[in-house]
Design a protein around this ligand. Structure first.
Ligand code: HPA
Length: 247
């Protein structure tokens, strides 16, 4: 493990596997009480930044099987204080269109079978964490300012509905999520966001809309479609991340 603290990390979601925005990249496998996590560490503007591909570099880990605890614990071990996560999402809000960025500020948790806490009693204790404001307001401001700086349109708020996956939703589910106040639908922000909060890490997400949700979209959804939109907008995402790293 490195001795020097790595204060900032990017967790790359679907379509964001390439840490080449960083220089002098090295790979570290970090052993945590929850299993191992693979991190690449490089520098940007003289500062060390960690990069983690949430689904593995070859998108081999489905959302419900990601070892969220090992990932966040590993970042904590490195000394990470701030995490910018990217997520590909569907939209249940007609004003949030494919290609749009959203700096989400709330989530609705519809996950079913995930371990979503570091605190399982015993030595760790029982802890009930406040998530009134689940995403770090300071880092959200940084992302909103970064988007403005580079001229990328980003919605400054949005509610992320986290589903269990790995299937996409039914049309009725998307309708319900919209009625409940959800704007976006994805499969990974819970428990990632919550574990970061438990670990005392300032965590924010920039979501990129890759498709309208089932039933709004006239076609059946495919993972290829999600990847295509991510690829088409990858440069904008990179610009936004660069600008955020500079702040
Ligand atoms: N649903 C859930 N997760 C997603 C979607 C979607 O429509 N698009 C990208 N990730």
């Amino acid at each position: 493990m490195t001795q020097k603290k790595v204060r900032l990390a990017i967790i790359g979601g679907t379509g964001v596997y390439d840490p080449r925005i960083l220089e002098n990249i090295r790979e570290e496998v970090i052993t945590t009480p929850y299993g191992q996590a693979k991190v690449r560490i490089g520098t940007y503007a003289g500062e060390e930044v960690a990069f983690m591909a949430r689904h593995g570099v070859d998108h081999s880990v489905p959302p419900h099987l990601i070892n969220y605890r090992a990932n966040i614990y590993a970042l904590k071990m490195l000394g990470v204080e701030r995490v910018i996560a990217t997520t590909a999402v569907g939209s249940c809000n007609r004003n949030m269109k494919p290609g749009d960025f959203v700096v989400v500020d709330q989530f609705l948790d519809f996950t079913k079978g995930r371990v979503s806490t570091f605190f399982e009693g015993g030595e760790a204790g029982v802890v009930h964490t406040d998530v009134t404001e689940p995403y770090c307001p300071e880092l959200r401001k940084v992302l909103i300012a970064a988007a403005q700086e580079v001229g990328v349109h980003a919605h400054p708020t949005g509610t992320y509905v986290c589903t269990e996956g790995p299937r996409f939703e039914t049309a009725a589910e998307i309708r319900m999520y919209g009625q409940l106040g959800g704007d976006l639908v994805g499969m990974t922000n819970v428990p990632e966001c919550v574990l970061a909060r438990e670990a005392g890490i300032c965590y924010a997400t920039v979501s990129m809309v890759t498709n309208f949700g089932a039933g709004i979209s006239p076609n059946p959804l495919t993972h290829e479609e999600v990847l295509e939109v991510m690829a088409a907008n990858g440069e904008n995402l990179k610009k936004l991340l660069f600008a955020a790293l500079r702040q």
